[in-house]
Design a binder for this molecule. Structure first.
Ligand code: UD1
Length: 366
């Protein structure tokens, strides 16, 4: 069975890595790694491949940045050529980025089966490009691998046949546990990490990531978020690895941060984990970090009005913070009360990738 694993943007690499690793137990599966090139800077792309123990991609499509239409079209055109030449049996896509949607459409039109990992999540917020990507991908997938119960309900409500839905847990957590074990067991010499000296001198501290267009592309919203962060930073440091989109907007809007908000370049997975796992709280608009903080019991404030990952609030350590100064500060205080108190959602046990291969292999009767 020839399977294409598609990855294009930073959060995809974390999800594909454990699936790729788990495939090696099945000698009759040939996995080819397709990197669409949606992310291309060293810190956003190559650093992750090295860090996550991923081999170099078999195919690099070099799509790069552009408007949604341009980026999606470039990925589709390049991916179609590779599919026609290679004829995979299955295309596996992860998450909800433009590469996910683009490659699923191409595969389906070539009558290649599509597996969507992290299917069924819904924010019901049509201003998020990711919501469109999720719904389109789920409308044409053949295998739906889901991370939480809400996703099963969403898919069933949309008419997806129950037999195609597989509640396997979360590959993002497979990667997290694999990397956290390496950090704890001395598999990584933490003294060599660039952020080590920062961490030593800074307890308690918070950790921040911010990149959603709805937060950083609007001057008023970005300024009120910055007000909240500067207030929190009166009494503790906030470490803030800055996404390229966010960097552009900080410069354009001349957003000012207090000296306690420490702006860093984008960090690879290990450096980032090393910082946030011991943070007093994480503030973020990322999907993955909401889940990873729940898995490790670290308080999390989601700087958004909604989340497509409700289990992190119902069971875990996540609090919705909205985007105003008051709502973020309120959520920050609330989140601290959740430290170590949440529980870990079902199947977030590091074995989701193995379950995915079991399902695929059974269905292909190999
Ligand atoms: C994309 C995903 C988002 C995901 C995020 C993780 C979509 C619609 N969005 O958003 O869901 O959470 O990745 O990072 O797929 N840029 C660089 N170097 C890079 C990549 C981007 O400088 O390697 C800059 C470019 O100016 C680009 C901008 O960042 O225009 C935005 O990049 P893009 O890939 O369009 O979207 P993200 O905001 O990264």
């Amino acid at each position: 069975m020839k399977v294409f694993l598609v990855a294009g943007a930073r959060p995809n690499f974390m999800k594909v890595a454990p699936i790729y690793r788990a495939s090696r137990k099945h000698s009759h599966v040939v996995c080819k790694l397709v990197h669409t090139g949606q992310h291309y800077d060293y810190e956003m792309s190559e650093a992750f491949f090295e860090d996550l123990d991923l081999p170099k991609p078999d195919f690099f499509l070099g799509a790069g940045s552009g408007s949604h239409a341009v980026q999606t079209a470039k990925i589709m055109t390049a991916f179609e050529e590779v599919c026609l030449a290679e004829r995979p049996d299955l295309v596996l896509v992860v998450g909800d980025v433009n590469s996910t949607m683009a490659c699923s459409i191409v595969a389906k039109k070539l009558l290649v089966k599509v597996a969507h990992v992290e299917a069924g999540l819904r924010s019901f917020d049509w201003e998020m490009p990711e919501e469109i990507n999720r719904v389109v991908t789920d409308s044409i997938s053949d295998f739906f691998f889901v991370t939480e119960e809400s996703a099963v309900r969403n898919l069933v409500a949309e008419g997806t046949s129950r037999e195609k839905i597989f509640f396997v847990g979360h590959v993002m957590i497979d990667n997290l546990l694999y990397q956290a074990t390496k950090l704890e067991n001395g598999g990584v010499d933490v003294k060599t990490l660039s952020v080590s000296p920062l961490k030593q001198s800074a307890h308690p501290y918070a950790f921040l990531t911010l990149h959603r267009p709805s937060n950083v592309d609007n001057r008023d919203v970005f300024e009120s978020i910055a007000d909240a962060l500067n207030e929190i930073a009166r009494t503790r440091r906030i470490f803030f690895p800055v996404h390229p989109r966010t960097k552009q907007k900080i410069d354009e809007f001349k957003i000012t941060f207090s000296r306690n908000v420490i702006l860093l370049p984008p960090l690879n997975f290990k450096e980032s984990l090393f910082l946030w796992k011991d943070a007093e709280a994480v503030l973020t608009d990322s999907g993955g970090l909401q889940e990873e903080t729940t898995a490790l019991g670290v308080p999390c404030v989601t700087i958004r009005e909604n989340t497509e990952r409700p289990v992190t609030i119902e069971m875990g350590t996540n609090v919705l913070g909205g985007t105003t100064k008051e709502s973020i500060l309120h959520a920050y205080r609330e989140s601290l009360g959740k430290a170590g108190k949440g529980s870990v959602p079902p199947y977030w046990d590091g074995k989701a990738s193995e379950r995915i291969w079991d399902v695929l292999i059974t269905n292909y009767k190999l």
